[in-house]
Design a binder for this molecule. Structure first.
Ligand code: NAP
Length: 175
């Protein structure tokens, strides 16, 4: 059964996008070696992507590195949206409810794993008990405002445990 992993690169004050979805702050930190990201990428069989992320800023836009994982991901994508477009780009499916989207992404992933992109979708996966792991990378910038890593009104505590042998901020969700 596929593991569902939320990954993101965040500012040190906990935002994955700046105000208005600004991703320009990430550009100068991209392109270096990141072995944990490489290990994640090697495990992935599908992406589950929120509609805002799907249509959002890409700091690599217009370059060979455009797209998920610096353009290195080449597999199925399930986009969660209430308003699916008439046209489906190749390799992209649209789903209109969370459980269907997660099930479809897992089915597409086969014996590999699912990566969630988008804080809103990730938080819903967490609340629904559908999120297995969280992998965070941090870059040395404060954004002050924007999209938090997780926005979860009500503040229920969620406990995490380190994935043994893995990079510092790779966790399993304790259920
Ligand atoms: N730093 C990083 O590593 C990183 C990684 C990924 C993304 N980002 C950025 O972070 C931001 C993420 O934005 P976000 O967290 O606000 O949004 P998101 O999770 O990317 O997408 C949220 C959207 O997904 C759709 N959706 C969510 N739940 C749904 C449900 N249960 N049923 C049907 N549709 C549903 C809705 O779209 P509709 O309005 O179409 O219905 C909703 O507006 C973006 O700016 C993105 O560029 C950063």
């Amino acid at each position: 059964m596929a593991t569902v992993i939320y990954s993101a690169t965040a500012s040190l004050d906990g935002f994955i996008a700046g105000p208005g979805g600004d991703m320009s702050w990430l550009g100068e930190h991209l392109g270096g070696e990141n072995e944990a990201a490489d290990r994640l990428l090697a495990r992935l069989g599908a992406l589950l992507v929120g509609r805002v992320t799907f249509g959002g800023d890409d700091p690599n836009a217009g370059t060979d590195a455009e797209g998920a994982f610096g353009g290195q991901y080449d597999g199925p994508v399930v986009v969660l949206t209430h308003r699916p477009p008439d046209d489906q780009p190749a390799g992209v499916e649209f789903a209109t409810d969370l459980v269907t989207a997660v099930e479809r992404a897992k089915a597409l992933a086969g014996d590999r794993d699912v990566n969630v992109l988008g804080a809103d979708v990730a938080a819903q996966c967490l609340e629904a008990g559908l999120l297995d792991e969280v992998l965070l990378f941090f870059v040395p910038v404060f954004l002050g405002d924007g999209t938090p890593i997780f926005r979860r009104p009500g503040g229920r505590h969620v406990h995490l445990e380190r994935v043994p042998g893995e990079t510092e901020h790779w966790y399993r969700v304790v259920r």
